[in-house]
Design a protein around this ligand. Sequence first.
Ligand code: NAG
Ligand code: NAG
Ligand code: NAG
Ligand code: NAG
Ligand code: ZN
Length: 526
Amino acid sequence: MTKVITLILSCLVWGGLGKPQFPEQEKDPVFWNSWAQRTLKNAMNTQEPNKNVAKNLILFLGDGMGVPTVTAARILKGQLSGQYGEEVQLEMDKFPYVSLSKTYNTNAQVPDSAGTATAYLCGVKANEGTVGVSAAAVRGQCNTTQGNEVTSILKWAKDAGKSVGIVTTTRVNHATPSAAYAHCVDRDWYSDGEMPAEALQDGCKDIARQLMENIPDINVIMGGGRKYMLPKNTSDVEYPEEKKHSGTRKDGRNLIQEWIDRRKDKKGYYVWNKQELLSVNPSTADYLLGLFEPGDLTYDLDRDRSTDPSLTEMVEVAIKILRKNPEGFYLLVEGGRIDHGHHEGKAKQALHEAVEMDRAIGRAGLLTSAHDTLTVVTADHSHVFNFGGYTMRGNSIFGLAPMVSDVDQKPFTSILYGNGPGFKLVNGSRVNVSTVDYQQNDYQAQAAVPLRMETHGGEDVAVFAKGPMAHLLHGVQEQNYIPHVMAYAACVGQNKAHCRSGNSATSIAIAPPSLALIITATWLLC
Ligand SMILES: *[C@@H]1O[C@H](CO)[C@@H](O)[C@H](O)[C@H]1NC(C)=O
Ligand SMILES: *[C@@H]1O[C@H](CO)[C@@H](O)[C@H](O)[C@H]1NC(C)=O
Ligand SMILES: *[C@@H]1O[C@H](CO)[C@@H](O)[C@H](O)[C@H]1NC(C)=O
Ligand SMILES: *[C@@H]1O[C@H](CO)[C@@H](O)[C@H](O)[C@H]1NC(C)=O
Ligand SMILES: [Zn+2]
């Protein structure tokens, strides 16, 4: 009888779905033991590090994707496919090597996306708010730029003859991508329209212009940011009636048209919507500029699926274009709006952005091989986002803790922020979340301290790696170590002594395919 009551109760708890509290098989020690033994066997088999030369390099950067975000995105991914969630694996979870990255900026304990981008792209820690310049440069002071420029792994790869690309869900001149090509003491100088007159007089250049001029042959550029490329008052192609989306440039230049003109005799395509993107033939295109919004792309949950490409779709086209180069490629992919979702206190938006980036990681894995491609997944910094409250197995990641507060007797969501716009008092006390729709896309989770914008977090972030030299990304490291490993693996940049012919790395890289060739040739001859 009590069993029946328990069953009925648990059915009620599980929303009448009839879902047991956890998978039946988990009651059996055999399940856990054999799972762990299988994993152990796989671990033994991957003990031998992959010391090939990396032909290709891919960096997936989840902006603001701290470890709590990774865990919550994993649960969301599982729940979206009808599972409990905790037990599933993200694509990044399948990578064999993980390390921690210390994210602080030279002048900030809790960093921003500009100083951190300089670290994981240029290999040098820098001040917050600055991109592609060393810590000797001061934010906003144009006259501290010259002589303090540092170059990125994207440039090192380009100089070594590789194809290079940038794909982001933010504007292409936002903090993360801009450290790959620009040297700017202020991340907000998107176009000359955002720059102070003094900086322009002193000869500093806006970031959109630097995208077109510094490394003129970036093969693939995809994201948002049309308005920063167009002269002031030029109306936007997609939103012609909306003034806020029109061009911002004071110098009258149309950087999109300039890009198209430069590509006249080469195989270059400019696209601004999904249909155009998907009609590009990647086997004939050598250059692609895709600008899908005047500013940032929309959140994936809000995306117009007929006109705007997903991050996964952009990544697929990018890799198909880049991988044609026999010298290989470097690709930076940013899931840039995980960060924005968190800043707005909208955890559901942030987590769906993270799930979509994970899908793109899976697609990239299908289009490349860990034999010759080093893929790294990391974040620039974390957020003051967390989830807790002793929720039961399989609880909706956006759901409530199973008990009410023993102080104010009100329910609370598992997801909470340390600070942010979700702080709300009604009649001097905390909102009763049962009276609002906390499962809605734009719900702002409660925060301890009111702020219009939730802040970044200061704890270490994870670095996932697979492919050649991935084993060098282990332990607790400074963030600026990442591009040094990637460059070493690909024999680009400053550390190439090990790449001379006859050394082990190169010979190992050549061995497997040539062995395969010999076997095939022998078989054909016999
Ligand atoms: C650099 O510019 C700042 C203002 O941005 C000014 O205060 C400073 O004196 C300048 N330094 C030099 C060496 O010109
Ligand atoms: C842009 O439009 C505004 C108002 O419509 C006008 O005052 C301004 O002169 C225009 N600027 C340019 C560069 O055309
Ligand atoms: C919170 O709201 C729910 C749903 O309206 C209600 O049942 C509950 O009594 C409320 N709790 C408090 C402490 O006000
Ligand atoms: C706040 O207090 C006022 C006055 O006691 C009351 O009329 C109102 O319903 C309360 N609002 C909420 C949301 O509880
Ligand atoms: Zn941010």
